[in-house]
Write a protein that binds this ligand. Structure first.
Ligand code: NIG
Ligand code: FE
Length: 438
């Protein structure tokens, strides 16, 4: 190769190295989720913006253009950049926005197999917790583990999530439950996140349960959280959100409100586990404008109406219902009919939902909560992005958004929820780069 041609070639390679320009062409079915810059509600949740024989143009980690093959092949931008474009033929592939899993608890040391066997023998989640199992059974392992061991656990979870099409994930602390172990858990999330090409949103869940040493003085633990831990978490920029498990056996509504107020005073955003086992009226929680309320198995008609009138996303976690074999699932149909912005997430954790598979959650949403596949996909992508207040960057395939995509060896998006327990993910792209699914 003549010298300047070689130099030119190198320059193109260097450019594609830092800023690859990619044309995904002839995508059999592309689910764009294109639509308003807001969480989708009611009938909007059925609008997937499907394009067949589609093309997506990606540059600098972002989506530049989306359309049919015919439309994109005529684009002026493409004509101008043709020489530097890497073209990929996506025939036979279903492409969707990468899943946004907006609720997980990946910082734990070991599975809870004893609890699992006790439940199979007939004990309930609350009975097991009262007998010393449940969340408290995960504390020791996290307190004893090193930060790097926990980071390795989180990294494994992130790899498993990406292998099933997830490109953005929320991750909570919440099994350390003392100052050192909660900070260690959040640092483990930060370390694992720095090594993963996807996006991790970090949540401080020091208020998961009252740890054993504060059993008789729970308010003193709330003091510790508000006065010592929240300032430390804020100063070290270890979390974007504060979460509270507001439930019988965990934190009362009054304690929850104290923690939410303290979080807001520290300029941290909030989200709340609520209504999982019993009903807590939502009006007082909603006054704190949480980004999401999660679980919501036990809701009154008034709660549904109040929630639907706000920007707070209703995040449903049917993996927990499946694993605990609860009698009822969250009232997804009523929430959608009322106009609430519904999201779906895995709730990946060792006690109630040891799955990191969003396709499995789609299946549960459709079979058990009677959501349509379109509603479930909307809930698992764009509405999940809004639950993490990342709706402007994530959750749909539209120009200007991050190029976070999932590729499946499927012909029709409905198959994602149909083939339960199977994984058809063949590739994921995060910020314009393909990840190794190995
Ligand atoms: O979201 N509900 C509280 N937290 C988890 C369960 C945690 C556990 O049992 O380890 C949940 O279901
Ligand atoms: Fe949870």
């Amino acid at each position: 190769m003549p010298q300047n041609a070689a130099r030119k070639q190198k320059a193109v390679e260097a450019q594609t190295e830092t800023e690859p320009v990619i044309l995904l062409d002839h995508i059999s079915e592309l689910v764009t989720l294109a639509g308003p810059a807001a969480p989708r509600r009611g009938a909007q949740m059925r609008e997937l913006g499907i394009v067949r024989d589609a093309a997506v143009l990606i540059s600098g980690g972002q989506i530049v253009a989306v359309g049919t093959h015919r439309e994109i092949s005529r684009s002026a931008w493409l004509k101008q950049h043709r020489r530097e474009v890497i073209e990929l033929d996506c025939r036979g592939k279903l492409v969707t926005p990468g899943f946004v899993d907006s609720h997980t608890h990946p910082v734990f040391a070991a599975p809870r197999l004893v609890d699992f066997e006790k439940r199979a023998a007939g004990a309930s989640y609350e009975e097991i917790a009262a007998a010393g199992g449940g969340i408290r059974a995960s504390i020791d392992g996290v307190r004893r583990a090193t930060e790097s061991a926990l980071a390795a656990q989180v990294s494994t979870a992130l790899r498993q999530a990406q292998a099933q099409g997830t490109t953005t994930i929320e991750a909570k602390s919440g099994y350390g439950l003392d100052a050192a172990s909660e900070l260690k858990s959040l640092k483990a999330i930060r370390r694992a996140a720095s090594e993963w090409p996807g996006t991790v949103v970090s949540t401080f869940l020091g208020a998961h349960v009252v740890p054993p040493e504060f059993k008789s003085i729970p308010d003193a633990y709330v003091d510790l959280l508000c006065r010592e831990l929240l300032p430390k978490v804020t100063r070290a920029k270890l979390a974007q959100y504060v979460d509270v498990f507001c439930e019988r056996g965990a934190f009362t509504l009054a304690q929850t409100e104290r923690i939410l107020s303290a979080a807001t005073a520290h300029k941290l955003r909030t989200r709340v586990h609520v209504g999982q086992l019993t009903n807590t009226p939502l009006a007082d929680v909603l006054k704190h404008s949480p980004a999401s309320l999660d679980h919501l198995d036990h809701l009154t008609a008034a709660d549904i109406k109040a929630l639907a009138a706000t920007n707070t996303v209703a995040t449903l976690l049917p993996g927990a219902n499946y694993f605990l074999a609860t009698k009822a699932y969250p009232p997804a149909r009523k929430l959608i009919a009322a106009g609430a912005a519904v999201a779906l997430a895995t709730d990946y954790n060792p006690g109630t939902s040891p799955t990191i598979s969003m396709p499995m959650i789609l299946s549960l949403a459709c079979t058990q909560m009677k959501m349509t596949v379109a509603e479930a996909l909307t809930a698992a992508t764009i509405n999940g992005a809004h639950a993490l207040e990342l709706g402007a960057r994530k959750g749909s395939v539209e120009p200007g958004k991050d190029a976070d995509l999932a590729f499946f060896e499927l012909d029709d998006h409905r198959e994602l929820a149909y083939w339960f327990g199977a994984n058809h993910t063949v590739a994921v792209m995060m910020a314009g780069r393909f990840a190794d699914l190995g």
